[in-house]
Design a protein around this ligand. Structure first.
Ligand code: GDP
Ligand code: IMO
Ligand code: MG
Length: 420
């Protein structure tokens, strides 16, 4: 079988966790391929509301195998907290969770470096989640990193001390106070916990599953517009969030990619700094934030809100080779008199219908307006019962981007999902 990939087409928080949970019964295996605890993937079902950071969102489906791939970076403290939270919900994932030996470790000192770097940038800060993501991927590409496979080898503690001391030297460049004793103690407890899991060369495992006709879904984190290469650099994360990242982050060849499921919100949000052409710094933006409960699942920060941006969406679809779409948070648009969609931009008096290299205030979005709808759509179960105004909004998007919308999410709960 081929590997299906599910990923975000905007700036993250598109609802990937919810949709992976919805699709999990259709797959034997769910595998995370990049990012780390900067991700916050929310799942809701029955009376449970749960946020996952490192663990794949298939975890609530008892028959699903979950894999943390080589492209992921792991903080043992956050991993341990995630396991403890799952235990409280009586989810024992020991037998169904595999961790790649090639995944890199986020050290306590990586978190400090992240915080010191951000503090030194002042107003130009990236708005990082401060989970140590950037410094960890820097050590990975700089060939200094520690990997999960190291923890079971003699000499791990020496390697740890060596890297930590290197970080201490770098920290001398910053005027930044820190103390990592308490975190370090928990970190080593987390390392002991990780040792109890199945640590594997996950590239072999995944390719074998595919060979054996088992269905595998790769779960992305962050979103295409935060990609290290194609996002609005430097206001990006430090991994390849696009579909190609699933190949390198899991060890699956490009010709083994099957469906690419792209998720977008019916509007846009962004948390952290960086350009956002359709951002609304007015009452409409406030209304979107309020109705959409747009506060970060990892940091609690208010998310910046704006209208849907079609040039940006088309860019994301091109980079990922998206074959089918999922639109989420459609319910949040109920109650607006007018809904807007950015169809193109004006730059230096010229029409631009793509997302250019430089995005600044010179780039003015041009909108097409749609009549809003008042109906609450959260309990609607079939596409035909959706308000006509909403259906014409969706039809316009589909016509513009030429990829079918297969799933419409109308609420945070697993059950609030319409399959077309
Ligand atoms: P992820 O990072 O892509 O998994 O998304 P997050 O979990 O960070 O953010 C999405 C937020 O929207 C979460 O609070 C979800 O519970 C919620 N959510 C997901 N889908 C929908 C939807 O269709 N409607 C509403 N109202 N909320 C949704
Ligand atoms: P999920 O998987 C939204 C943003 C941060 C910041 C930038 C860099 O839940 O969609 P980092 O911590 O990676 O150094 O932060 O990227 N960011 C996210 N925004 N959702 C995420 O993940 C994010 N992960 C990182 O806010 O702007
Ligand atoms: Mg999130």
């Amino acid at each position: 079988m081929k590997l299906d990939v599910l990923l975000g087409l905007q700036w993250g928080d598109e609802g990937k966790g919810k949709i992976v949970d919805v699709l999990a019964p259709n797959y034997n295996v769910i595998a995370r391929f990049q990012g780390g605890p900067n991700a916050g993937h929310s799942l809701e079902f029955n009376q449970i509301k749960h946020v996952l950071h490192t663990i794949p969102s298939g975890v609530f489906n008892p028959n699903t195998i979950n894999i943390i791939g080589n492209g992921v970076v792991i903080d043992p403290v956050i991993f341990m907290e995630e396991i403890n939270e799952l235990k409280k919900l009586k989810v024992d994932i020991q037998k169904n969770l595999f961790i790649s030996k090639r995944a890199h470790l986020i050290l306590p000192s990586h978190r400090i470096l992240d915080a010191a770097s951000e503090a030194s940038k002042g107003k130009t800060k990236i708005g990082s989640t401060l989970k140590g993501i950037g410094p960890t991927y820097m050590d990975k590409t700089g060939r200094n990193g520690l990997r999960i496979g190291d923890i079971i080898n003699p000499g791990f503690n020496d390697k740890y001390e060596f890297l930590k001391n290197k970080h201490y030297e770098i920290l001398k460049l910053y005027d930044f106070d820190y103390n990592l004793t308490a975190y370090e103690e928990k970190w080593f407890q987390g390392i002991e916990l990780i040792k109890q899991f199945k640590l594997v060369e996950s590239e072999h495992l995944i390719n074998q599953y595919l060979e054996d006709d088992q269905s595998v879904l790769a779960e992305g984190a962050q979103g295409t517009l935060l990609d290290i290469d194609f996002g609005s650099y430097p206001f990006v994360t430090s991994s390849n969030t696009i579909c190609a990242g699933a190949c390198t982050g899991l060890g699956v060849a490009p010709n083994k990619i099957g469906n690419v499921i792209g998720i977008f919100k019916a509007y846009c949000t962004r948390v952290g700094s960086g350009p956002f052409p359709t951002e609304l710094e007015n009452n409409e933006g406030k209304q979107l934030r309020k109705q959409g409960h747009e506060f970060g699942a990892t940091t609690g920060r208010p998310r910046r809100c704006g209208w849907l941006d079609l040039p940006a969406l088309k860019y994301a679809i091109m980079l990922n080779g998206v074959t089918q779409l999922v639109v989420t948070k459609a319910d949040v648009l109920s109650g607006f008199d007018t809904i807007k969609v950015c169809t193109h931009y004006i730059l230096n008096k010229k029409k631009v219908d793509y997302l250019p290299y430089e995005v600044d205030e010179q780039l003015q979005p041009v909108y097409k307006e749609f009549k809003g709808w008042k109906e609450v759509i959260t309990k609607i179960k079939s596409f035909t019962d959706l308000p006509a105004a909403f259906k014409s909004y969706l039809q316009f998007i589909e016509d513009e981007i030429k990829v079918p919308i297969k799933i419409i999410s109308v609420g945070p709960n697993r059950s609030e999902t319409i399959q077309k």
